[in-house]
Design a protein around this ligand. Sequence first.
Ligand code: A3P
Length: 299
Amino acid sequence: MQGEGLDKGGREMLVEGEGGVFLVPSVTDKWREIQEFQARSDDILIATYPKSGTTWVIEMVDGIMKGGDTSLCLQKPSVARAPFLELNPPKPFPSGLEMLQSLPSPRLVKTHLPFHLLPPSFLEQNCKMVYVARNAKDTMVSYYHFHRMNKRLPEPGQWEQFFENFLTGKVAWGSWFDHVTGWWKEKENCRMLYLFYEDMKENPAREISKLAKFLGKEIDQAGIDRLVDHTSFQNMQHNPMANHSTLPANIFDQAVSPFMRKGEVGDWKNIFTVAQNERFEEEYNQWMSRLSPRFRTEL
Ligand code: A3P
């Protein structure tokens, strides 16, 4: 995809993809190949709604798979250690599918797809899946700033506009509500560990231990301590293999907003108006039920 579906500024425009989920044309153009992706039984799928702590949990999972030897995590950028399945950037950048093809097993595979749009081979191969969910308010704020700096995503407009688009699912990868509840409903039906960003903030050592157990890896206390340190916001912020600074400014313009922006729970309070909070709660209560996952918007 080199020119079609782009606005005047070279940003992608939203398109309605499979099942009415909004995506970007670079992804829908590759839809058949994405769906035909051949997962291997030892692939580890890392799935999130955008801005929910994907890069963070990748760093944790990669460190665990490397036995707690964090020096090995510094050899390649995050995107090469856990390729993004549906990513299809303009040339010369390789697509996620191309990167995954040449990656030795066991592979880490990143995706933002809703559960029902996953390539079927992940379920056929009974792959382990790690899902991270983050409360909608902080996710929305983070996604807004990410749209400002990611020059390929659709123009976000003013915050008020983005707020409405997010609530109504008119953003890339669709509705946050459908995403977090869609994955939640399936968690007993496959090998899935469902984590929360807020829990990772509250007690990263506990969540890393949970991950290690799920992945079948024994990491001693020194290894856990090393991983907590390696995956702290401060360290990841300055780690070029984690902070996406290897990407050029015409893709990620970190002068507009850094990828590692704040890494906090409750940042929404700095931007939501009282009226927006009321509107949010109204929408939230319509979508979420007693059976939905429970989120914390402050710690
Ligand atoms: P903010 O924009 O709120 O700062 P993703 O990797 O899914 O795109 O998510 C990015 C969000 O996760 C950003 O949120 C980023 O700062 C935050 N993040 C990344 N690494 C983190 C870490 N080690 N600790 C806490 N938050 C982290």
